[in-house]
Ligand binder design. Structure first.
Ligand code: SF4
Length: 323
């Protein structure tokens, strides 16, 4: 099980950090992919229209990246009320201190402001666990920054099974699968993120992508073409590793020797990146031409997901002697 918040169009970081792995899950597992709209409200509760508008965009990016809707279940979090009910039930036995010690609680408030210090945001990691547990998710592809959330979730599951399982595991303890490229740099060298406005979007056209690559930061000590560079600190070099690993040692050598200048390398990289993204962009245009298609996938997936969620919730309520 995995999911994304509908907060805007997806970028290269999503592609290599999650979507490429999701495509493989479609071939080897029975994956559930969630449009996490309730999660989006934890930080963007004052902008419901943006959340609603981004819902289809996110799914279009998933499908364009190669997610096969026939081999997975794509569903809307808010269309499965059992997830929220499970959160209420697990909330009864989750100590507040466990939630407060998750690093993103203080970190995100520091970054985004005190206004997000809500009851809902404090419970964010618990809601995340419910997303996974309701479908008995066994493996969860996550980035490094989400590992603490998953660890909390595993503790809650252990506590639940100990308190109510009577020797059986009613809920499954999910395991993290770390992405091979957990974090990639944006054009300013910081982590690629929509909120930093430094991302290459999957839906960007070629000219926009080329312009963004041209503005990328590089090694600040490589001022002139023949100055020797340090590829290990250069975001362009980091992205070469993703887009064309076969070209990396050539860039490394020629950057260090001063044979290769940043202007040339960025031009080469922009062309390589556009070629890398071309099939995704073509598929996206095709998908966007039929808006009803995405709506149908979400509706059908949500119906299927709900059948599973109802069963898990029934088991949980039985274990808690509620039914
Ligand atoms: S030549 Fe390429 S790898 Fe080297 S510093 Fe310039 S942009 Fe970075």
């Amino acid at each position: 099980m995995s999911g994304m918040r509908p907060t805007g169009k997806l970028h290269l970081g999503h592609l290599v950090g999650a979507l490429q792995q999701w495509v493989r899950y479609c071939e080897t597992a029975d994956p559930y992919f969630e449009i996490a709209d309730l999660h989006a409200y934890t930080t963007s509760f004052s902008d419901p229209k943006a959340i609603r508008d981004a819902r289809n965009d996110v799914v279009m990016d998933w499908l364009a990246a190669g997610i096969d809707p026939e081999r997975c279940t794509i569903y809307l979090q808010s269309a499965i009320p059992e997830i929220s009910e499970l959160q209420v039930l697990l909330g009864m036995m989750t100590p507040v201190s466990w939630l407060e010690r998750v690093p993103t609680w203080k970190g995100q408030i520091g970054e985004l402001g005190q206004h997000i210090a809500t009851y809902g945001f404090l419970g964010y990691p618990l809601l995340q666990l419910c997303d996974i547990a309701i479908f008995r998710g066994e493996r969860v592809p996550v980035g490094k920054d989400q590992l603490a959330h998953l660890e909390l979730g595993r503790e809650v599951v252990r506590r639940f099974n100990y308190l109510y399982g009577e020797g059986k595991d009613v809920l499954v303890e999910p395991e993290a699968t770390l992405s091979e490229f957990p974090e990639i740099p944006g054009i300013d060298g910081r982590k690629m993120s929509k909120s930093y406005n430094n991302a290459v979007l999957l839906a960007d056209d070629e000219a926009t992508t080329t312009k963004k690559v041209r503005s990328m930061v590089t090694d600040p000590l490589k001022v002139r073409r023949h100055d020797p560079g340090r590829p290990e600190i250069c975001p362009v070099f980091a992205l070469w590793k993703i887009v064309n690993p076969g070209h990396v040692s050539w860039v490394d050598q020629n950057c260090r020797s001063g044979e290769l200048g940043c202007v040339q390398d960025k031009a080469d990289f922009a062309a390589a990146l556009n070629a890398f993204l071309a099939p995704i962009r073509e598929r996206r245009v095709q998908i966007a031409s039929d808006p009803g298609y995405v709506e149908r996938i979400i509706a059908e997936g949500s119906e299927k997901a709900r059948d599973v969620a109802v069963q898990t919730l029934r088991d949980v309520k039985r274990a808690m002697k509620l039914i």
